[in-house]
Write a protein that binds this ligand. Sequence first.
Ligand code: GDP
Ligand code: MN
Length: 361
Amino acid sequence: MKLREYEGKRVFAEAGIPVPMGRVIRSVEELGDLSAFGEEVVLKAQVDVGGRGKAGGVIICPTAEAPARAAALFGITIKGLPVTEILVEERLPIAHEYYCAVLIDRSTRQPVVLFTEAGGVEIEETARTDPDRIRRIGIPPLMAELPPFAVRDLVGRAPRALGPVVAALYRAFLVKDALLAEINPLVVLEDGRVLAADAKVIVDDNALARQGIQRNRDLTEREAEAERHGFSYVELDGEIGVVGNGAGLTMATLDLIEHYGLRAANFLDVGGGADRERVAHAVRLLASSPEVRVIIVNLLGGITRCDEVALGIIEAGVAQRVIVRMAGTNEAEGRALLMEHGYEMYDSMDTAVGAATEVRT
Ligand code: GDP
Ligand code: MN
């Protein structure tokens, strides 16, 4: 789960990383007395999207104009998301912007620390145009601290005051069970002080309970239902519902849907060994979304038996058209049951998804 910027900054502050003075408001009235901020303030929309600055979500303005600018910011959406919280911060006299991040490198399966002098801008851009400017060091996961030589190599000729922040960011990453801890920009002020001007922290969803973190978003009715049944379930904004077993098969189905110019409304991974009852639950859950016009069931029979799946689909008895592709254990029995009840079944994923193209019109 991605923490909001102010939550990330709290994590940083606990780890000993200096952050700008600031507070979160949920309405213009909460701005209150701003005299402590001086001549200028920064208003930062707390929305969970990248590139917020470019999209008008970061405003630097005279303190006197803050109420009007905050009111305007509360009134807009950024990449479709309404602004419900604004972080009000002191304006920093920035001399230089750096970038520092700790993340999991999936290829080496260990944390990697990145640092570059080219901060502030989008790191993806630097990675493309000037990859040599990003220094990276992989760290064996059992290291509780960054060794001093690693910190020195990362910071290079940049001000030494950045070193302790890099070390602290690595500690925060470990302690918080993070998948990513990123400071962009990590700023050096005109007087030499170092601060995290922005914060992006993603905590591993599997660690939320241990971290005592509440999801910062309410689940929809269907998401809550899926969680109760232990289904992996995701809502999108198309018109096709997808049931698969296993993440790979489910993703492959979504790719095919995209390939055919269709759009998924939601998808659900029933997991291994799904019986009739589980399949019926899954199909009903997808079908309960008003957006879903067709349901594609794409399952591989292993421990899962195709005849059980067929019975589940029949039991669900949903109003929408259900297109089935199944292969494996008891496939023939499953097919016979489906045919008997007037359902379509295909041998290949390709033809199954292709058969759904008529919803386009
Ligand atoms: P992002 O666009 O969502 O990543 O938002 P950031 O917090 O990174 O802010 C975008 C840019 O605003 C930074 O890269 C800075 O260059 C600029 N900026 C200028 N002055 C300030 C300041 O006082 N505080 C902060 N946070 N950003 C500032
Ligand atoms: Mn940023």
